[in-house]
Every structure is written in structure tokens, then in C-alpha cells.
Design a protein around this ligand. Structure first.
Ligand code: B12
Ligand code: SF4
Length: 474
């Protein structure tokens, strides 16, 4: 069976909450979701897999059409976020035209949030809700055995959505999450040329993303992960993945867990194992501020951690409480003091435009940034994302008058504009403020000097310079 996974080109760009210039040019990473899915089916007999990144491989729609009509894959899979839905749909139209028999499967956050709406599209045959490794494997096994969708066995595949031959949409009960993440095969990086992926802030030429946990027990109201079941890989299992890459000459990792340090014992054990292994690797992580103290910072640094991304959000306790962030301003200061003390770079994610936020709250955030001195800053605009607690809360209290995400999910329109949460500031004002905060931060001589010191060659210098110019002229 021939299966292609396709990463669509950026045809339609729906401006997200992030700083637009950074969003467009910073990280080019492989989709770990797709790599995990591919790994889960790689060992099936007679399977041929291919990952096509249309951006990175410079594949035009015409070239794709030709490829699909020549190769006639049995199935094509997409990893779909609400923000790339339109791009995925454009590619699907081409596939349908080139080879109508190819089955199309959508997985990822968007079909998870809007299963029925996604399946209603003509170009979608299957959706996978939630974690897809086992569900997709069962689907592929089913397709291999008999591609007849009226077969009752499809109803036994938890987490799957499909259409009956009469067009009726069926969404099976959800599949429980994978409890033991160590059991999952490592992402199928052999299907991509990992050297093509880049990251502006990396220390070496090749940085590999790894994911060591899933879910988060915390309750930030803007986040899809709010109160989801937290599971983690054991330190031994993570080290196995790192060794695999070190053998291939990779020495740098981005542990892209939403929150690497949730389990303190696991973090310390991981640091100890990595330090003892003496592999000379560097890595960066994301963490909540309340999990960081001197003991942890020391362990992280000793084992090669060179940067931590912190969700600071605001310098106002009132705003943090509104966001149900569960942290205190003093904890933010402590985490930054501790990371700086051990020579770990800090990146602060902050947010403006939170409902109830006043001018004074924003000033407090700016003052806090001056005090904690991050090395990088990402300023976002508070955005009620689809089906998050924040979105539902604003719908319940009437602030959001109609379910515009649902409308978009039913009828995705390229002219769609993301609505921000603030009702007191316009989108233009917020974008202006966001740009101002980013510019002011990156024009600070302390930040520039630090960035120059860390730059490892002409190529990276040129990339950073280009980014700085864009920022200044934006
Ligand atoms: C790393 C990350 C990024 C990275 C890389 C994304 C990538 N290429 O994978 C970068 C920085 C580029 C990024 C960008 C953005 N991101 Co992001 N990102 C994440 C993060 C933290 C982890 C994703 C990840 O790798 N998970 C690990 C893998 C294993 O899980 P997974 O991708 O979910 O895949 C599993 C299932 O979804 C499913 N699955 C996924 N794909 C497929 C495909 C098939 C065929 C099948 C069968 C199954 C399947 O099976 C997989 C294995 O179990 C998530 C939060 C989270 N923890 O999910 C947010 C998240 C996905 N991002 C989000 C958002 C909003 C964005 C941005 C809009 C942010 C912004 N800039 O303003 C942009 C949009 C990018 C774009 N244009 O599409 C939202 C998505 C919400 C939504 N409704 O779509 C999330 C959920 C964060 C949040 N707000 O809560 N992101
Ligand atoms: S923002 Fe971070 S800490 Fe908060 S719920 Fe999401 S993943 Fe957890």
C-alpha cells in the first residue's frame, strides 16, 4: 500500500496571534505528528511511505498533480491545524482531480476539534481524532485487508471518523490516549532530510525536535492542552533517542514538550543520565516558571540545556489570575534569576490584549520584562482559539456573539480574519503595540550584543540580520 503524507504550501496565510514576522521566518521544522504516524505504520508489510513537504521541497501544485497521477497513492494523510486547513484543502482538490481513488485522511488538532464539520468536506474520506498512532495503523490494516467502507469492522476503530457509501458520516467513540509513551516507535525521521530543517536560534547546523511527554495538568484558559492527561517517556527512553541522533552526528535538540519539567523527579533523572552519558549535546526546553529553582537549573545546565522558553504572559497578577495561569509574579522573577545564574538563556512568551487588561497592566508587563531580562521575547495577542475554555467563556458571557470558528470550520474562507480577545482595543492597535514591544526589545544593546556573541557563522548572522531588518521596517 502506498501512502503519502503531505505538508501543504503556504498559499493562504491567516495571521495568527504570534508576532507575524517571527511566525513567518523563524522555525522550519518537520511535523512530529506526521513522523509519529509514519513510524507507527512503517513496519506493516508491503507499505510504501513518503513525506512530501511542498514548501521545503519546492513542489508546485502542478508538480504535485503530476506526481499523484503517476504514482497513484492509495492514501494521503495531512496533519491539520485550524490555521493550515485552507492550505490542506487546496492540495486535496489537486489530489482528487489527479486520482479520485486516493483516499484522504485528516488528522491533528483541527479534525479533533471539529470532526463532523471536517468529514463533511467532499475531499475528506477519513478523520482521526486525537492521538493517531494506533487509530491510523488500524485504518491502514483495514484498508489493506478490504477497502470496502461498508464493512462493519470500521466501527470498531476507536478515534476514527468515516463516511458510509451512502455519504452518512460516522464518528466512532474516542480512543483512550497512549498510556505508556515508551512503547511508541521513534518518529520516522528517515523519511525526511532532517538537514533541511533550520532554526534561527539554534547553536549548531542541525537541530532535531523531540517530544518527551504529552498533555498538561495545568489550566491556562487560552490553551488547548488545559487539563489534559499528562504522560511522559522515561529518561532512559529519551536517552535512547538522543544516542540514535548522536550516532548520526546530531548534537542539538529542541525538546518541544509544552512543559518539559512537569515531573521534577523525571527531569533530574534525565539530566543526570545525560550528564553521565557525556555525549556533548546541547538542548533547549519549555517550562512553566513555577517548576524552576536553583537545583533544577543547575542540573539542566550541567547536562547541556542552554535555553528555556517560559510562559510569562503578564506582569500583572490580576491578568495572570484571569488567565488561570496559576503562577505568581515572584515565581517568574525567581525562575529567571535562577536560569540566568546558571547561564541558561531565557525566552519570555508574553501576551497582550487579555480581556480586563488595562494600560497599567501592560506597563507592568513591560516593567517586568526590563527586570527579568530575557534573551528572547515572543509577544502574542490574546486570541480565543477554537473550542478553548477562553473561547467558550467569552461566548457564554456574550462577548463573542456568534461561533465564528465553527463557521470557519464548516466553510473555510480565505478572507477569514482571526479575532482577538480584547474588546477595548482594535486589532490594528494590538498589532501596533505588539510590533512596538518586539522592536523595543530587540533594539536593546544588551539583547543585540548577546545575539551577536551567540551567532555561529556568516550564514546565521545573515539570517538574523534579515530578520532584524524585517522587524525594523515592518
Ligand atoms: C510544536 C508546535 C508548533 C511548531 C511546529 C508545528 C509542527 N510542524 O508540528 C510551530 C512553532 C511551527 C507551531 C506553529 C503554530 N502553532 Co503550534 N504547536 C506546537 C505544539 C506545542 C506541539 C505540536 C507537536 O509536535 N506535538 C507532538 C505530536 C506528536 O502531536 P500532534 O502534532 O498533535 O500529532 C498527533 C495527533 O494530533 C495526530 N495527528 C497529527 N497529524 C496527523 C496526521 C494524520 C494523517 C493522522 C492520522 C493523525 C495525525 O496523531 C499524532 C500522534 O499522536 C502544539 C501543542 C501540542 N502539544 O499539541 C501547538 C499547537 C498545535 N499549535 C497551535 C497553533 C495555534 C499554532 C500557530 C497558529 C501559533 C502562532 N504562530 O500564532 C502556528 C500555526 C502554524 C501553521 N501555519 O500551521 C495550536 C493549534 C490549535 C488549532 N486549533 O489548530 C496548538 C494546539 C497550541 C495551542 N494553542 O494550544 N506550532
Ligand atoms: S499554557 Fe502551558 S502550562 Fe498552561 S495549560 Fe497550556 S501547556 Fe499547560
Amino acid at each position: 500500500m502506498k501512502i503519502f503524507f503531505i505538508i501543504p504550501p503556504n498559499i493562504h496565510y491567516i495571521e495568527p496571534y504570534a508576532y507575524v514576522e517571527a511566525d513567518k521566518s523563524n522555525a522550519i521544522r518537520p511535523s512530529l505528528g506526521l513522523l509519529y504516524i509514519a513510524a507507527a505504520i512503517k513496519s506493516l508489510p508491503d507499505i510504501e511511505l513518503r513525506i512530501i513537504d511542498m514548501n521545503l521541497d519546492g513542489i508546485s501544485m502542478e508538480a504535485l498533480e503530476k506526481l499523484i497521477s503517476e504514482e497513484k497513492p492509495d492514501m494521503v494523510g495531512f496533519s491539520v491545524l485550524t490555521f493550515n486547513l485552507l492550505n490542506c484543502m487546496e492540495v486535496c482538490k489537486v489530489i482528487r482531480h489527479a486520482n479520485p481513488a486516493t483516499r484522504i485522511c485528516f488528522g491533528g488538532w483541527h479534525p479533533t476539534l471539529y470532526p463532523a464539520e471536517t468529514l463533511a468536506f467532499d475531499v475528506v474520506d477519513y478523520i482521526v481524532v486525537g492521538e493517531g498512532e494506533i487509530t491510523f495503523r488500524e485504518l491502514v490494516e483495514f484498508e489493506m485487508a478490504s477497502p470496502d467502507i461498508s464493512d462493519d469492522r470500521l466501527t470498531a476503530i476507536f478515534g476514527l471518523g468515516y463516511k458510509m457509501s451512502n455519504g452518512e458520516i460516522v464518528i466512532n467513540p474516542p480512543r483512550p490516549v497512549v498510556k505508556n509513551l515508551d512503547e511508541l516507535p521513534l518518529p520516522a525521521y528517515d523519511l525526511v532530510d532532517a538537514s533541511k530543517y533550520s532554526n534561527l536560534t539554534a547553536c549548531t547546523d542541525q537541530i532535531v525536535n523531540i517530544m518527551t511527554s504529552r498533555g498538561c495538568p495545568q489550566r491556562c484558559i487560552f490553551c488547548d492542552l488545559r487539563r489534559s492527561t499528562y504522560r511522559y517517556r522515561t529518561p532512559q527512553n529519551i536517552l535512547e533517542e538522543i544516542r540514535f541522533w548522536v550516532d548520526k552526528g546530531v548534537k542539538e535538540f529542541f525538546i518541544q514538550d509544552d512543559n518539559f519539567t512537569i515531573n521534577r523527579g523525571r527531569t533530574i533523572e534525565f539530566c543526570r543520565l545525560l550528564y553521565d552519558a557525556d555525549l556533548g549535546v546541547k538542548y533547549k526546553i519549555s517550562s512553566r516558571v513555577d517548576y524552576i529553582d536553583d537545583e533544577l537549573s543547575e542540573n539542566l545546565r550541567r547536562s547541556g540545556c542552554y535555553a528555556i522558553y517560559f510562559g510569562v504572559e503578564s506582569g500583572s497578577q490580576k491578568v495572570l489570575d484571569f488567565l488561570e495561569k496559576g503562577i505568581k509574579i515572584e515565581q517568574i522573577k525567581k525562575a529567571f534569576r535562577s536560569s540566568h545564574k546558571y547561564g541558561i538563556d531565557c525566552c519570555a512568551y508574553i501576551m497582550i490584549g487579555v480581556p480586563t487588561e488595562t494600560e497599567e497592566d501592560i506597563e507592568m508587563t513591560k516593567r517586568l520584562i526590563k527586570e527579568i531580562k530575557p534573551n528572547h521575547l515572543h509577544c502574542s495577542i490574546c486570541t480565543p482559539m477554537p473550542r478553548t475554555y477562553l473561547y467558550n467563556k467569552l461566548m457564554d458571557d456574550g462577548t463573542i456573539e456568534h461561533d465564528y470558528w465553527l463557521e470557519f470550520a464548516k466553510k473555510p474562507d480565505p478572507s477569514f480574519k482571526t479575532s482577538f480577545a480584547s474588546r477595548t482595543r482594535s486589532a490594528e492597535e494590538l498589532r501596533k503595540m505588539q510590533n512596538g514591544i518586539q522592536k523595543q526589545f530587540y533594539l536593546n544593546p544588551r539583547v543585540i550584543l548577546h545575539e551577536i556573541k551567540k551567532t555561529r557563522g556568516l550564514k546565521q548572522f545573515a539570517a538574523k540580520f534579515k530578520m532584524a531588518l524585517k522587524m525594523l521596517t515592518h
